[in-house]
Design a protein around this ligand. Structure first.
Ligand SMILES: [Zn+2]
Length: 318
């Protein structure tokens, strides 16, 4: 009896803490699945035949392109539904993608925090997303309207990962979460809670690793989102070969060695931040990656523009 009371109290606690949005169970019926939430509300998934296409116009365009053979399925068990087979380097056209494809559609920042690492090359690998500093437990929200495709632990480095496929045809990844608050097939609106920020998977220090992908291929989130002003840069995105890196391989697993300063101790993180130089680094690259300038780096480290930086050396970033 005591146990039951404790259990129901903890349920009450969870539902009041997490805005009553936490899915507690999914019931599969012959007519569709029903997601039950902790606040006793439920969502019925009618479309048993859902093929994963949320932007039919875009999908018809890309799948009709010869030699491209882009694959996109609807699978809640795997990260990349093309099984890493989509090769965007063969993409010879330009597609006009309406990021805000409906007057009613909004954009909401997944988390409003400081960027600690940008998209691009680092330490011999590509960083496929952008890192946003947060404290474990901070709320992480869906960027646009869409449908949750994947919501579970990922052993490939993402930790607790939520992937949302959006009505505009893009997918967004939200990684290293401490808690997942949505279930696959659940419809979400821009700004809806997806989970709580954390430090799970290949992560050193709490942060949100956020990715934007087009048919499995990562692209720089800053092509679309103005992180400083917290808005979409444009209602449209011109999708062409050049926005994907050459020989784009969606497998390049990210690593998070640069997030040393991105711990929950924000007071320390905001004063001083250091970075250990790795193979392939130069001042321009380090500056770009940390959202600073070469002259600022020179000033902080008392070095000149032409200084050779040695691998393994610690450079002060801010
Ligand atoms: Zn990252």
């Amino acid at each position: 009896m005591k146990k039951l009371l404790a259990l129901s109290l903890s349920f009450l606690f969870i539902s009041t803490c997490i805005f009553g949005q936490e899915p507690v169970d999914t019931i599969y019926t012959t007519k569709g699945s029903v997601i039950m939430f902790s606040d006793r509300t439920w969502q019925y998934q009618e479309d048993l035949e859902f093929d994963g296409v949320l932007n039919e116009h875009l999908h018809n365009l890309v799948t009709s392109m010869p030699d491209l053979d882009l694959i996109q399925t609807w699978d809640s068990d795997i990260c990349y539904t093309s099984d890493l087979k989509n090769d965007l380097s063969k993409f010879n056209d330009t597609i006009w993608l309406c990021v805000m494809n409906d007057q009613s559609e909004n954009f909401v920042m997944p988390f409003d925090g400081q960027i600690t690492s940008r998209y691009g090359y680092r330490g011999g690998r590509y960083h496929n997303g952008i890192d946003i500093d947060l404290v474990t437990g901070d709320t992480v929200k869906s960027a646009w309207d869409g449908k949750v495709r994947y919501a579970k632990w990922n052993s490939g480095g993402f930790g607790n990962l939520v992937i949302v496929r959006h009505n505009n045809g893009l997918e967004t990844f939200y990684a290293h979460l401490s808690k997942i608050n949505v279930a696959p097939n659940q419809e979400v609106k821009a700004g809806d809670l997806l989970g709580l920020g954390g430090n799970t998977g290949a992560s050193r220090g709490s942060h949100l690793h956020f990715e934007v992908r087009f048919y499995d291929a990562p692209l720089n989130p800053e092509e679309i989102i103005d992180f400083e002003n917290k808005v979409c840069k444009d209602d449209n995105l011109m999708v062409h070969k050049a926005i994907f890196r050459p020989g784009a391989k969606p497998t390049d697993i990210e690593e998070h060695g640069e997030n040393l300063a991105s711990t929950s101790n924000k007071a320390v993180a905001s004063t001083k931040k250091y970075y250990k130089v790795r193979s392939g680094d130069n001042l321009t690259r380090i500056a770009a990656r940390h959202g600073t300038t070469v002259s600022q780096l020179c000033k902080l480290n008392n070095i000149s523009y032409n200084s050779k930086i040695v691998i393994g050396r610690t450079v002060r970033i801010r």
